[in-house]
Ligand binder design. Structure first.
Ligand SMILES: *[C@@H]1O[C@H](CO)[C@@H](O)[C@H](O)[C@H]1NC(C)=O
Ligand SMILES: *[C@@H]1O[C@H](CO)[C@@H](O)[C@H](O)[C@H]1NC(C)=O
Ligand SMILES: *[C@@H]1O[C@H](CO)[C@@H](O)[C@H](O)[C@H]1NC(C)=O
Ligand SMILES: *[C@@H]1O[C@H](CO)[C@@H](O)[C@H](O)[C@H]1NC(C)=O
Ligand SMILES: *[C@@H]1O[C@H](CO)[C@@H](O)[C@H](O)[C@H]1NC(C)=O
Length: 813
């Protein structure tokens, strides 16, 4: 016991030094991620998706200290990345130790990364910018290791891995939402394992055992027990899901950091290691060269296919073999992405000096690409591979870096210089052949349609948690929930209380709607209470918008997710409450994602044909969930942003207003708005003015006939103007002439399209609302909007009024 305490205090002293994450123990600042079951349980952490990573980085960027992309990328690596951490097979934690230690093969390369390739520290990192769970999530998303421990009941998962891969191969057209990212070549399963390879791997591990004595209980386990604990499909840590294939995100961030802190290191025989190559693609190539070379292989193996057992909330990424995993598919993609970004980030900074790390990732992992150049996007990585990494450079850099790694790495044998060179070349050849066969989702050039909505989700907690949480996670992930686009709240459909209060961060969804909270609810759907809650929340929003003088923006959606069947009484209540709600909040769109047929939810929506979507409650299959939710997502894209008079209260009383709404549009996209006649019915002169600020060129169109007015349209009443730094006006006067009331008069639609002139794009968006540097700012000012309602249906909840309202309103919907 005394011995253990002694050893531990020595490690603490060493650990406190600046190269903490390069030490031979888990870094002190990361211990919080290993000494608590909550932080170790990935079901309790947010999933490993690129959007979650981007959101975590955004939090840091807007955190207490203002730092640039160079500082942040270097700190991310020094504070959160520590590779090769594995759980000791037999040790257990004590109050003085955790049974984890960086003994994995990746730790050698990692030490070089932190001490030589990306020198720096994280002393200025603002820890308080993130919660403990968020800090640990970031650590696990950026740190690479392979957990080869056998898991209980893993055969089910490992078998599924094969089955998913077969399913993909059958589908010629790989859907973006497939459960498994990998296509093509046949699975290499345990059956293919050579007898001697297995032997070699086991021996390696037994040796590692012997070196980790510090944390180990007296060795009572026989070798037999140790060798039996390998998984058929190990978990790869640090893997992050993107639509264009899973990546090791830590390698991508390393690339950014290395590019912003360029290093050239002289090694043997006048080779010079370039920090950008070595911290990305070449780092793993050297691992392949040295480990497989020293291990006496003659055919070098790169790549390890893998898959998630659920991409809607991706948390577990399994790879299909336990040997030759020095360079997995996720590492290849991450290394290539890191290299592409690293080689270009200097140019991008010249274009836009305030470029943020979150923006680079947000643009690169999107079909839009970085700035106007569609070359630089994840879907295109394979195509520009040879351009970014010419074979000659790749080989030279791999040799140089292998010399460097050879000084640190613990290999199964000792290599000569000739060996290092020859094996590096072989590793590069193997990679070039492999990348040609790595088939990820190809680029599409479909127009990008962004959603900007405030969605209120009313859930029936009778749903199976796994289905519901994955469906909602997938929905929110695709609605661009972030401070630039969409926000959401979730309420319990039985009691009407909040499960998640209004938020524009996807992290809140994962933090708040956890299993524990979900199982504390009663389950079920109470129509009255649900509508009461919707009404209260909508009314509060109206009051807040009035106080803050917010003249519209995001579309407004209520999504019911009922599991229960509505009986006749429910339906009649729903019908009247719905009509009353539409009267008071006519911009609110009601949608349903339910278990039964479309018709059975008629009462909750205006048009069940277009607004009800069916989600199966029996199939836990990910593809079934994404299919259902995709149709909800498409529908939300059709719902217009709003332009309103914020003075109107829920009884349609209030003075006229001329507020200005600040908005942004992304290049090659269009924002669509709708103004209800309630705001422009009646006498008086009214105008919509749109002003540009020289951020780029806009085509602004208005129509009363078309929901999507366009400068391209050749028929109809579309009226278009061009805006760059000028202001254009559209009259709204007398728009309802000839209509006897506001409800029969059609609304007015406005579109704002970002128009590109040649390849030129402005990159000057620095305002708080700028998601991308090339977003185009404009303002909409609606002059003299008024409030027009019938005034007779004030209070909802009074049965008599309801009845009257119902019969009046029936005429209009
Ligand atoms: C875990 O480690 C952190 C950091 O060293 C420490 O602050 C915390 O008290 C530890 N928690 C437990 C439960 O041991
Ligand atoms: C994924 O696999 C892990 C480990 O076997 C398991 O705990 C988890 O529940 C699985 N998740 C899904 C969605 O199947
Ligand atoms: C939800 O958030 C709003 C402000 O955003 C706050 O006024 C309200 O009290 C919160 N409700 C609950 C139940 O936390
Ligand atoms: C579940 O969420 C609640 C509310 O945010 C939180 O207090 C609780 O700690 C969470 N539980 C777990 C196990 O994470
Ligand atoms: C209008 O036409 C141009 C050129 O064909 C096209 O790029 C653009 O997307 C179109 N705009 C809309 C709103 O359809």
């Amino acid at each position: 016991m005394i011995f253990r305490v002694l050893v531990l205090s020595v490690f603490l002293i060493i650990g406190a030094k600046s190269q903490d994450n390069a030490g031979s123990s888990v870094a002190k600042a990361l211990l919080e991620c290993y000494n608590k079951t909550e932080n170790l349980d990935r079901e309790l952490r947010p999933p490993s998706s690129i959007n979650v990573l981007i959101e975590l980085i955004r939090r840091i960027e807007s955190g207490p200290s203002i730092q640039n992309d160079r500082e942040i990328s270097i700190e991310l690596i020094h504070r959160f990345k520590q590779d090769g951490i594995i759980r000791h097979l037999t040790a257990t934690g004590t109050p003085y130790s955790v049974p984890y230690t960086p003994k994995g093969m990746q730790s050698d390369k990692h030490k070089i990364l932190l001490t030589k390739l990306i020198p720096g520290s994280a002393v200025n990192f603002p820890d308080e910018a993130l919660t403990e769970v968020e800090r640990c999530s970031l650590h696990f998303m950026l740190s690479n290791s392979i957990d080869a421990r056998k898991r209980d009941g893993e055969s089910q998962v490992c078998n599924k891995l094969d089955r998913f891969q077969r399913r993909i191969r059958r589908d010629v057209d790989p859907n973006q939402d497939v459960e498994i990212i990998d296509t093509g070549s046949p699975t290499q399963s345990k059956g293919n394992l050579q007898e001697d390879e297995q032997q070699e791997h086991e021996l390696d591990t037994v040796n590692e055992q012997e070196e980790t004595d510090v944390f180990q209980e007296p060795r009572t386990n026989s070798r037999q027990t140790v060798t039996l604990t390998f998984s058929d499909c190990p978990v790869e840590n640090g893997a992050v899901y993107t639509r264009w294939g899973t990546v090791q995100a830590g390698v991508v961030i390393s690339g950014i950091a290395a590019a912003r802190e360029p290093q050239n290191i002289k090694v043997q025989e006048n080779y010079v290691v370039n920090g950008i190559y070595a911290s990305t693609l070449v780092g793993d190539l050297s691992e392949v060269a040295l480990h497989q070379g020293a291990g006496g292989k003659d055919a070098f193996v790169v790549g390890a296919k893998g898959g998630w057992n659920g991409t809607q909330a991706p948390r577990w990424y399994f790879i299909n073999k336990i040997i030759n995993n020095e360079m997995t598919d996720a590492e290849i993609r991450g290394g290539l992405d890191g290299l592409i970004i690293a080689k270009n980030v200097k140019d991008w900074k010249q274009k836009f000096s305030n470029l943020k790390v979150s923006q680079v990732l947000d643009m690169y992992y999107s079909s839009r690409g970085v700035f106007s150049n569609k070359n630089f996007r994840a879907c295109n990585r394979n195509r520009i591979f040879t351009e970014v990494a010419p074979q000659k450079d790749l080989t030279e850099q791999t040799i140089a870096n292998s010399f460097l790694l050879n000084e640190e790495a613990k290999l199964p044998g000792s290599l000569t210089s000739e060996g290092i060179k020859a094996y590096s070349e072989k590793a590069v050849d193997a990679l070039i052949n492999y990348i040609a066969e790595l088939h990820d989702l190809p680029c599409d050039n479909d127009p990008i349609e962004r959603v900007s909505t405030d969605i209120l989700i009313v859930v029936d907690c009778e749903w199976d948690y796994s289905i519901l949480s994955r469906a909602l996670a997938y929905l929110l992930d695709n609605l661009d929930v972030n401070k630039y686009a969409s926000s959401f709240s979730v309420i319990d459909g039985k009691e009407g209380g909040y499960l998640v209060n209004s938020s524009n961060s996807i992290l809140d969804f994962y933090a708040k709607l956890n299993r524990t909270v979900y199982f504390q609810t009663k389950g079920g759907f109470d129509v009255s209470k649900a509508f009461n809650a919707i009404e209260t929340i909508s009314r509060r929003k109206l009051d807040e918008n009035k106080a803050d003088r917010i003249a519209g923006g995001q579309s407004s959606i209520v999504l019911f997710v009922p599991h229960s069947v509505l009986n006749e009484a429910d339906k009649s209540t729903a019908n009247s409450r719905k009509q009353a709600l539409k009267q008071t909040f006519p911009d609110l769109k009601l949608l349903v994602l339910g278990r039964n047929s479309k018709e059975s939810y008629d009462a909750l929506v205006v048009d069940s044909n277009s607004d009800v979507f069916v989600l199966s409650d029996t199939s836990t299959d990910g593809a079934a969930i994404t299919d259902s939710v995709n149709s909800v997502i498409s529908r939300t894209k059709e719902i217009h942003r709003r332009i309103v008079n914020p003075n109107c209260d829920s009884t349609w009383n209030g003075g006229s207003s001329s507020e200005t709404l600040e908005q942004f549009v992304e290049p090659s996209t269009v924002n669509y708005y709708r103004i209800l006649p309630n705001y422009f019915y009646g006498e008086g002169s009214r105008t919509i003015k749109v002003r540009g600020y020289a951020y780029g060129n806009l085509a602004v169109c208005m129509s009363k006939q078309k929901e999507r007015p366009s400068k391209n349209s050749t028929d109809g009443d579309d009226r278009c103007e061009t805006v760059s730094s000028n202001e254009v006006s559209f009259p709204l006067t007398d728009m309802c002439k000839g209509y006897s009331d506001a409800y029969s008069c059609p609304p007015v639609y406005i579109s704002v399209e970002a128009v590109e002139v040649g390849e030129s794009r402005f990159t000057k968006c620095l305002d708080n609302g700028c998601r991308f540097p090339d977003n185009i700012k404009y303002t909409i000012q609606a002059e003299n909007l008024n409030c027009y309602g019938s005034g007779s249906y004030r209070i909802i909840g009074n049965a008599f009024v309801l009845l009257v309202t119902y019969s009046i309103v029936k005429l209009f919907f």
